[in-house]
Design a protein around this ligand. Structure first.
Ligand code: NAP
Length: 306
């Protein structure tokens, strides 16, 4: 059974940054990723608030560079699902994966967060048939079509703007009359000729035959419902942390986010958390990479016996 100094779960910005720092500290380091390398950031079309790129950079390019940089210093990438983490009597951890077991002195959890579903009629039925949670992945299917984006945060507005590259019209449906998104994005959306904002409203259903054909929108002030013809629905109403696997092992808050101290230590000695998965006031690529670096240095110090 291969034994590591550091096993990082999740290959997004936090995981790759932790990998870079751990590998440069000459620790035997594996990064386990069950999906696409780069995490959520890889599905972001354009990132213009990551320092060092004055003209912005695409999410896939930024993440590919982070991946290359971590590999250059010797991390071992493993594309595999983690099934369980079990503390061993000698204070190491056994990590069970789809391919077998590995052990490690420390674990860094960087599993991030996943899209929250709306939980309305038609959403599951039309998933992949017009209902999407990733504009970067599916936007191009809506060339010349009409789409609706649900949500008022950074993701909804940024991805709504991105969808105007393809769609002839983009409705953004938000439950309040004020957007949550950062002002720069709000201004871009409000000024965009292809975007129509529908405030104080929620979706109550997604309708169609083989594919999405319409949405039902309810105005929360008047309670009046109306059907609006659309070909696609992009859901951006926030994220939930991916922490199911760690329940009972480490402390989380009531929403499931992992509680850490400023050294990224969790409630279980030897387990650290970094990035969107932890309880933190800001979830950005820049904060995730900082968390990853801190977690790796904390793991190094623990291993060195400090
Ligand atoms: P978010 O900031 O939590 O926004 C979620 C949006 O969905 C809010 O507008 C919320 O409405 C709405 N919403 C929540 N539940 C709903 C429901 N059941 N029905 C209808 N609407 C609902 O999530 P996010 O936009 O995914 O962003 C997540 C994090 O990533 C944030 O910290 C964000 O700043 C960051 N991010 C940053 C960038 C960037 O900097 N460019 C890009 C993407 C994401 P209310 O406003 O009424 O609560």
């Amino acid at each position: 059974m291969t034994d590591y100094d550091v096993v990082i779960i999740g290959g997004g910005p936090a995981g790759l940054s932790a990998g870079l720092y751990a590998a440069r500290a000459a620790l035997k380091t594996a990064i386990l990723e069950r999906g696409m390398p780069g995490g959520q950031a890889s599905t972001t079309d354009w990132i213009e608030n990551y320092p060092g790129f004055p003209d912005g950079i695409t999410g896939p390019d930024l993440m590919m560079n982070m991946d290359l940089q971590a590999r250059k210093f010797g991390i071992e990438p493993m594309f595999d699902e983690v099934l369980s983490i079990d503390p061993l009597p000698d204070s190491r951890f056994q990590i069970k994966t789809g391919e077998g077991n590995i052990t490690s002195k420390t674990v860094i959890i960087a599993t991030g967060a996943q899209s929250r579903p709306l939980g309305i009629k038609g959403e599951e039925e039309f998933r992949g048939k017009g209902v999407s949670y990733c504009a970067t992945c599916d936007g191009a299917f809506f060339q010349g079509k009409v789409v609706a984006v649900v949500g008022g945060g950074d993701s909804a507005i940024q991805e709504g703007i991105f969808l105007t590259k393809f769609a002839e019209k983009v409705y953004i449906v938000h439950r309040r009359n004020e957007l949550r998104a950062t002002k720069v994005l709000q201004q871009k959306a409000l000024a965009h000729p292809k975007i129509e904002l529908i405030f104080d409203s929620v979706l109550t259903g997604i309708l169609g035959n083989d594919n999405v054909e319409a949405i039902k929108i309810k105005n929360l002030h008047t309670n009046v419902e109306k059907a609006v013809a659309v070909n696609g629905v992009f859901v951006y109403i926030g994220k939930d942390p991916i922490t199911e696997l760690f329940k009972g092992l480490i402390e989380t808050d009531e929403r499931g986010y992992i509680i850490t101290d400023s050294s990224m230590r969790t409630s279980h000695k030897g387990i650290f958390a970094a990035g969107d998965v932890r309880q933190t006031p800001l979830r950005q690529v820049v904060t995730a990479v900082a968390d990853g670096a801190v977690a790796a240095v904390s793991a190094e110090q623990l291993i060195a016996g400090h």
